[in-house]
Design a protein around this ligand. Structure first.
Ligand code: FES
Length: 137
């Protein structure tokens, strides 16, 4: 069983730094008297935690089968051109990052799905996501 407090500690770290650093893993492990491997395994289980730095605004384009068929690739291509970064990278100003390998987000019936931070865009279009990016700039 995973103590809720480890998850809360990981969430606080994500809010503070935007990712889970090696130091954070060690500190959380020490605080909760568990091994760093245990903390890694907990953080790896949840998609909300990242071990690499992320932008202020995190974009996830689902590339699962339903979203791929519905045009997710066009949205991803637009984002890469618009932001000048690839999946797994951060814009130089730190404002945006595109998550790597985003798989099914469980909303296949309204594909394609794009998430920008906590907001979910269903039946997402290139124009809609481009506008959302411009508003966040
Ligand atoms: S494949 Fe994208 S939500 Fe399921």
């Amino acid at each position: 069983m995973i103590p809720d407090s480890i998850i809360v500690a990981l969430q606080k770290e994500m809010q503070k730094l935007g990712y889970i650093s090696r130091d954070a893993v060690n500190q959380i492990a020490e605080r909760f008297h568990v091994s760093p491997t245990h903390v890694y395994s907990v953080a790896s289980f949840y998609q909300q935690f990242s071990f690499i730095p992320q932008g202020k605004n995190v974009i996830a384009v689902c590339t699962g089968t339903a979203c791929f068929i519905a045009g997710a690739e066009k949205i991803l291509t637009m984002l890469k051109e618009e932001l000048g970064i690839s999946e797994g990278e951060i814009t130089p100003d730190g404002k945006f990052s595109i998550q790597k390998n985003t798989r099914c987000l469980g909303k296949c019936s309204t594909a394609p799905i794009v998430m920008i931070n906590e907001r979910v865009y269903e039946n997402a279009t290139v124009e809609q996501i481009k506008e959302a990016i411009h508003e966040l700039r």
